[in-house]
Write a protein that binds this ligand. Sequence first.
Ligand code: NA7
Length: 550
Amino acid sequence: MQPLSTNDTVHAAAPKVLDAVIVGAGFAGLYMLHRLRGLGLSARIFEAGHGVGGTWFWNRYPGARCDVESVEYSYSFSEELEREWQWSERYAGQPEILRYLNYVADRFDLRRNIQFDTRVTSAVFEEASAVWTVCTDRGSPVSARFCVMATGCLSVPKATEYNGIDDFRGKCYSTATWPDHIVDFTGQTVGVIGTGSSGIQLIPIIAGEAAHLYVFQRTPAFAVPARNDRLAPSAIDDRKMNGTAYREQARNSVFGILSVDITDRSAIDTPPVELTRAYEERWARGGFSFLGAFGDLLVNKQANETAAEFVRAKIHETVRDPGVAEKLTPKEYPIGAKRMCLDTNYYATFNRENVTLVDVAETPIETITPSGIRTSDREYALDRIVFATGFDAMTGALSRIDIRGRNGLSLKEKWAAGPRAYLGLMISGFPNLFTITGPGSPSVLSNMVLSIEQHVDWIADCIGYIGSRTAGTIEAMLDAETEWVDHVEEVASQTIFPLANSWYVGANVPGKPRMFMPYIGGVGAYRDKCRQVAVDGYEGFIISVGDFAG
Ligand code: NA7
């Protein structure tokens, strides 16, 4: 491809056609920019925040921490970067991840092509010229041949479903848009709504500060110990010695996370004493390794129940009040079907005098009042309310942008019954538009950074290939897309994942069509499929070659 310009700067006054617009400056957008610049292309990132980091820029609530181990949840594309950066803990906290992404942005000189504080409002494909016109809330529209959505899977907080927030006299916070300063809960009476990963990380910390904390729980979560710690020197040395091999193994594994360490044993065929021993061993290890204890936990309900029972017993061992323990115990869905949480003092927090669990499945929240929260049986007077209520996952960020493909077709219309994409990478009817970790790819059921790198590399290679043909376009074929969407559904139906009302199926957002969005066929198998598609000349895609006007 002939680069239309190099060294694009965000202040360039003259309107022009960029090679690519990238939306979002998180893990995905930063690496995408680096790869495209490496191809000699002009690219610009638009980023709504005033810094890099994506979800790690916004989710700065106390206790925010990644649940995938730091040595795995990091880029592998640069050996120099791997050598230079040293993680301090087994699981990196949000501040450290944000420092890392800032370091990456500086290290690879990425900021000069990022326009911060700018939200993309629309992206429209102009058929005559085969370019995308991208509008933002700041400045003139920009045209680009390729449009890459690096918008994140968990980046749009779910809208609040309760009335009365504006009348609340205290202060409200959302974990997903936490202020950029320390929020002090000392002496306050606080309510936290939501007990997913964010709530579970935040609750023990607020409990340590607040005069009283009310936890409003709708669905209890399964949580296993995180066992976070400083990274031991031996672990650091081991990574230095064997890091490259570990990365390669991870790329060919099921989740892209080696520490899950899935065995091929079946829980069904294992005698009870051995089952308990295996679960105790994984419980002591900490993290998602718990779900790797047996190979059938995520595909067989009966096997899964043995792990669920083990965790239920642990909750009852930890929480002194049996009534509270019972309310904290999940019974309605298999363990892992909703994202399992990692516990650092979460269950134990309910032994504190200043913490009260409010079961809002039993007594639903009716409204926010000027002085607190009213449930069906009483009002709770509060100084602060924290919403840890989750995200419009996987599709939220895309549906907020008015994206229009061929014949003015809007993505919202196309996805009215649920998201449809080929390999989670491209959408039929939307040429030259790529979605990094889009629906139908392993994404949130994998190591996000590893999956991001795989998508970025595939997209960069594809753009290089298409770009070498004069002003060409690439677009998913409808048949290939349909076949892939059916395959994603079929694979999911053989697992326990669809059995919960989770955000994986869109069940957390009222009115969102129910559809299992991530691909659970395995990161390794998925990579092979993507690689083969490319090797076969982009099988399942239509490539148009030609001179378009403009
Ligand atoms: P999650 O996992 O979606 O958790 C949200 C929590 O908020 C969950 O317990 C929800 O209960 C609860 N919730 C949501 N809406 C309401 C309302 N209206 N009333 C009461 N409770 C509500 O989001 P997180 O931010 O914790 O974690 C998201 C991901 O980030 C996580 O999986 C990791 O991958 C990182 P529900 O289960 O819907 O009954």
